[in-house]
Design a protein around this ligand. Structure first.
Ligand SMILES: Nc1ncnc2c1ncn2[C@@H]1O[C@H](COP(=O)(O)OP(=O)(O)OP(=O)(O)O)[C@@H](O)[C@H]1O
Length: 321
């Protein structure tokens, strides 16, 4: 069940936005569509929502073919980055809106709206206007409104994208807890790898209109399918012919088995970490301040470097010549 996407293709003129996408989203899971800007994440989400028509392929929601259904008949709730609230209606009425147009009994609406406002911690703001809320509170109201009509699927397009870093972080922790309470199948778009790694059950990496990899956050981190996925999830460098994370490079001041000789061409302290540029290898190692001090590292030092045991490293892509 959940969401099944088969053979979805979408062009805008000559530009291929989505190229034959197959994807299965698990019921009840929180799934992130992660990738760089312009990769096709929003287009895929909008096709699932019914806001955009695919050129080819099908969308199945909860076991039923939804490809030709209008958005309101798909049982989906959605929230966008810049949420458009009804500015003249109270928070209560904004959340109640979908239930009112469905002509639900007044007492039922009241009960449901207060249940939702409690869920998003806005019960004391029921009578305020949206303009009297902070950005984070408005996005929580948007989520309550999307959940009001008990959607089978919740679709979120960068819902916290417009907010500052601290509020974003609070909201994503909160989204995770909310999801653990309501368990509605949720797909959210983000270009922020930390957000995806922290919050989601499953991540779909999308780039250039194609899916690069699908997996749980740990699977993607530990076993990236290719250099793109590995470098999109965080900093990478090279060691010999391998692509590796800089904190997975071990540094020694005497020769070690399998160690590559290198010279520290630059030492840069950045907060709690020290970056050691390894001139002749072209890479760099990330150490803690304590590690760097214990090794007495200085610029110009001769060192030996090797991948830490158990670290993830994959063949480095060849640079175009
Ligand atoms: N209506 C449209 N007309 C023409 N091109 C479009 C249209 N919608 C999207 N595109 C193009 O399709 C590509 C994919 O866009 P999409 O918004 O899906 O990417 P995205 O991965 O969500 O990126 P972002 O994070 O920047 O929103 C982009 O190059 C975009 O310019």
């Amino acid at each position: 069940m959940g969401i099944q996407v088969h053979g979805i293709g979408k062009r805008f003129g000559d530009f291929v936005a989505l190229d034959n996408i197959d994807l299965s989203v698990r019921t009840g899971a929180l799934t992130a569509l992660l990738g760089p800007s312009g990769g096709g994440k929003s287009t895929l989400l909008r096709i699932i929502a019914g806001l955009e028509r695919p050129d080819t392929g099908t969308v199945e929601i909860d076991g039923a073919d939804a490809t030709r259904l209008a958005p309101r008949h798909r049982g989906v709730g959605f929230v966008f980055q810049h949420y458009a609230a009804f500015s003249h209606l109270s928070v209560y009425r904004n959340v109640a809106f979908g239930l009112e147009i469905r002509k639900r009994p007044r007492a039922e609406i009241r009960e449901r709206v207060f249940e939702l406002l409690e869920l998003v911690h806005l019960e004391q703001f029921a009578d305020r206007l949206p303009a009297q809320l902070s950005g984070g509170q408005r996005q929580r109201m948007a989520l309550a409104r999307a959940l009001a009509v008990a959607p089978k699927v919740l679709l979120l397009d960068e819902p916290f994208g417009a907010l500052d870093a601290k509020v974003r972080k609070e909201l994503r922790d909160w989204l995770r807890r909310l999801h653990d309470e309501v368990h509605v199948t949720t797909v959210f778009v983000t270009h922020d790898q930390e957000e995806a790694l922290e919050v989601s059950d499953e991540i779909v990496v999308i780039n250039d209109g194609r899916i690069e990899q699908v997996g749980k956050p740990d699977e993607l981190y530990d076993r990236p399918a290719n250099p793109f996925v590995m470098s999109f999830l965080g900093p990478v460098t090279t060691l010999g012919e391998r692509l590796i994370r800089p904190h997975d490079i071990e540094v020694f001041t005497a020769p070690v088995a399998d160690g590559l000789p290198a010279k520290v061409t630059r030492l840069q302290r950045v907060g709690f970490e020290v970056r050691a540029e390894l001139g002749d290898t072209g890479g760099w190692a990330q150490l803690t301040r304590g590690q760097s001090e214990a090794l007495n590292l200085v610029e110009g030092a001769e060192v030996w470097v090797r991948p830490a045991p158990g670290s993830t490293n994959i063949p480095a892509p060849r640079l175009p010549s």
